[in-house]
Design a protein around this ligand. Structure first.
Ligand code: DGJ
Length: 728
């Protein structure tokens, strides 16, 4: 619910459990007053205290009163160049070379339903689910306007924000920083949690105390990156899973980004998030607009678990779209780790029939089916079948796979081109390259200039033909390098700073085209694993391959980190062969399956090599996954242990929203000699109800939660259990 209190010129954005408040001060500055636990809506304006602070300048209107300064007031969307020296959200180059933008309130509108953003992903909600507030600000001297968008989802406790800028003046203006949101949290002792890592080790939580000055994470790779996720948490230093105050903020975007946390001279904390200003310069001719992507944020008074569950629900129900949003996704077998580039039709048919016998529902043909793609040095861009490997084409292959009772899917990497390809021979200028400079290769490939419509449409035309040529139910959209040599033949020099963003818009445009042409197609995002695991992609692809690391023990760590924002239903996760290709570690098949089930679940191995008992186990795992699907994909997720701290075992839980059923998953991470007994403590059960523990007696919810479930002893490293609890 959104209200405007005319007497105090105050906005209240209420969700069921939170209130967000800001006001318009007498000079038209928007000052932020509160974000936290739900309140009546009475003004928090009395907390806006003022004092004469040295070196903090004063706007003209306050005349001789030196106590008001933009440098010390909590601001909703700070102006730039006129007195605030903290982390900016906006930087401009005006026509006269000056860099000031003094944004003052002009007007606002409140309407039912959630705003949308043209060409950009965004959470959505109808009139029953969400409301929109738009506030227009204007710099009276240049005419630059900023429209702040707020989407309020009461049931979800979620607030989204975005900003669009319009040059309402008669001179050009360039935006050199245009971030999406500023959140002022006042004087609070806080921890910052970011999700960092590397290729094959994505989204490991890193928790540090907020300290004076700036703490920043960013990506300038053109993608969200394996190194830093565009989701951050600020929480009380003693906040844990079930207690303590926390704020989470996620950027709904898949390109360069920056998140800044600044503790200022008076220990007030500001968080800003949006597109990275690095090599960003968006020129606005008079009348032109630029829209900065959305952020989604939530506040939890009851710890990290509630914060995560808010994001999980919102992503599942108000970000993911289309046919597969709520349908059970098929259990797939992907050929990558089964065969890499080494396959032909015969081998694929054998893999397919072997997979079908175990209950696999979808066979995915990964890299290598097209062009002259026999290794990762060539072929990208040539999206037509390789007749040497597949003499009867994809149509035949899909038919054969369908005849075995499975769906069929393929891998593509539309944004890339190999220099050894027909596409590159025909259109060398379609690749991002700087004239007169040798281009930098990544995985021996170049990036196509997706900022140009003719480029992504040219690639899409080929891919569309393929999708129409056979019964293809699934596509894995991969992307395997960072952007370099970022220069477009289609943009004048003064607009090259728009390229990174226009590239992302091109990716979104092609994705949108594809899912609207093939509405039942299941598209899985991928970026060398989890390099583009973000809310932006989840608007188009309801699941994303979480990492190129399929080792079950490493997956415990990265799936734990991923769960802080993203739901199980989004996390592409497969059982692979042992010893694991990435780590060389061997873990039991049972454990690999339990870990992969906390994701979309599938296999990444050659089933022909499995023994009969293993194949039997695989069949049982697929049945278990289907049996528990409603819990795994729709249930509330809880992290029962922190795998970075607990060296003995890792545990997590999926619970039905009505608490009638739960699945507790446990993996021992290190066996010890003469070890103490271990106990796992489920959460969120009905304390008064009786639960049947499958294969292990019945207990009251309170007995299970407060006394715990004893874990079996021994068995060595990497043992695992699933405890299914059902109310009786
Ligand atoms: C990177 C992906 O993450 C892998 O799963 C696989 O699809 C390869 N690319 C294929 O080149």
């Amino acid at each position: 619910m959104i209200e405007f209190v005319t007497s105090s010129r105050l906005f209240n954005l209420h969700t069921n459990h939170t209130t967000y408040q800001f006001l318009i001060d007498p000079n038209g500055f928007l000052l932020h007053t509160y974000y936290g636990r739900r309140c009546s809506g009475e003004s928090f304006g009395h907390l806006l205290r003022q004092a004469d602070r040295g070196f903090s300048p004063n706007p003209r209107e306050v005349d001789r009163d030196r106590t008001f300064s933009l440098d010390t007031q909590p601001q909703e969307f700070p102006s730039v160049g006129v007195g605030d020296f903290r982390a900016p959200v906006l930087e401009v180059e005006n026509a006269d070379g000056s860099c000031a933008a003094d944004l003052r309130y002009v007007s606002h509108t409140i309407r039912p339903g959630k705003y949308g953003l043209d060409g950009l992903p965004a959470f959505y909600g109808d009139e029953k689910e969400a409301d929109t507030l738009e506030v227009v600000l204007r710099d009276p001297w240049t005419g630059l306007e900023a429209t702040l968008y707020y989407g309020v989802f009461p049931q979800l406790d979620l607030i989204t924000r975005a900003v669009s800028f319009r040059n309402g003046g008669d001179q050009p203006v360039a935006l050199t920083r245009a971030m999406s949101a500023c959140l002022e949290l006042g004087r609070m002792e806080l921890d910052l949690i970011t999700f960092d890592g590397s290729h094959t080790g994505e989204r490991h939580p890193c928790r540090q105390r907020v300290r004076p000055g700036l703490q920043q994470i960013s990506s300038i790779r053109g993608i969200t990156s394996h190194q830093h996720n565009n989701f951050v948490v600020l929480c009380q230093p003693d906040a844990g899973e079930k207690h303590g105050l926390c704020y989470g903020m996620a950027l709904v975007y898949s390109g360069n980004f920056e998140a800044n946390v600044e503790q200022d001279q008076f220990e007030n904390v500001r968080l800003t998030m949006g597109i990275s200003p690095w090599h960003f310069r968006f020129l606005l001719a008079p009348g032109e607009t630029f829209t900065a992507p959305e952020v989604a944020m939530t506040y939890s008074h009851y710890g990290l678990e509630a914060m995560s569950q808010t994001f999980h629900r919102a992503i599942r129900h108000n970000l993911c779209r289309g046919w597969w949003k709520t349908r059970r996704r098929p259990v797939l077998l992907n050929t990558w780790e089964a065969a890499y580039f080494d396959f032909d039709q015969q081998k694929l048919l054998e893999i397919a029939s072997s997979a079908a016998e175990t209950g696999v529902e979808l066979l995915v043909l990964d890299d290598g089916w097209f062009g002259e793609r026999n290794d990762d040095y060539e072929g990208l861009g040539d999206w037509f079948v390789n007749p040497k490997k597949l003499p009867d084409g994809l149509t035949f292959l899909a038919e054969q796979v369908n005849a075995l009772g499975m769906d069929f899917g393929i891998w593509i990497e539309p944004e890339m081109v190999s220099e050894k390809s027909r596409l590159y021979q025909e259109h060398p200028d379609w690749a991002l390259q700087i004239p007169g400079r040798p281009s930098t290769r990544g995985r021996s490939q170049l990036v196509l200039d997706f900022s140009r419509e003719e480029v992504w449409r040219g690639v899409y035309a080929q891919i569309k033909k393929v999708l129409e040529s056979a019964n293809i139910a699934y596509v894995k959209w991969d992307m395997n390098r960072s952007l370099t040599d970022v220069w477009s033949a289609a943009l004048p020099p003064e607009r090259q700073g728009e390229l990174y963003h226009r590239y992302v818009l091109g990716v979104y445009a092609m994705l949108e085209q594809m899912i609207s042409d093939f509405p039942k197609l299941l598209v899985e995002g991928c970026c060398g694993g989890g390099g583009r695991f973000d809310c932006g992609m989840l608007y188009y692809t309801p699941q994303i391959w979480a990492s190129d690391n399929t080792d079950a023990m490493d997956r415990l760590l990265l799936q734990y980190g991923t769960s802080f924002c993203y739901p199980t239903s989004a996390v592409g996760s497969h059982v692979s062969a042992v010893p694991n290709e990435q780590t060389g570690r061997s873990t039991p098949l049972h454990t690999r399956a339990i870990v992969a089930m906390s994701g979309t679940f599938g296999y990444e191995l050659d089933p022909r090599g499995l023994s009969q008992p293993e194949r039997k186990q695989m069949r049982a795992q697929i049945e278990d996954f289907k049996r528990y699907y409603h819990l795994l994909q729709e249930g509330d997720y809880a992290r029962l242990t922190d795998p970075f701290r607990n060296r003995e075992f890792t545990a997590w839980q999926h619970t039905a929203r009505d608490r009638s059923e739960a699945l507790v998953s446990v993996v021992t991470t290190m066996a010890r000699s003469n070890a103490p007994f271990c106990t796992v403590y489920p959460r969120g059960l009905d304390p008064d109800a009786l639960y049947q523990v499958e294969g292990g007696g019945s207990f009251r919810g309170d007995t299970l939660m407060y006394g715990g479930i004893p874990l079996p002893q021994g068995g060595g490293d990497y043992q695992s259990w699933q405890f299914h609890l059902k109310k009786i």
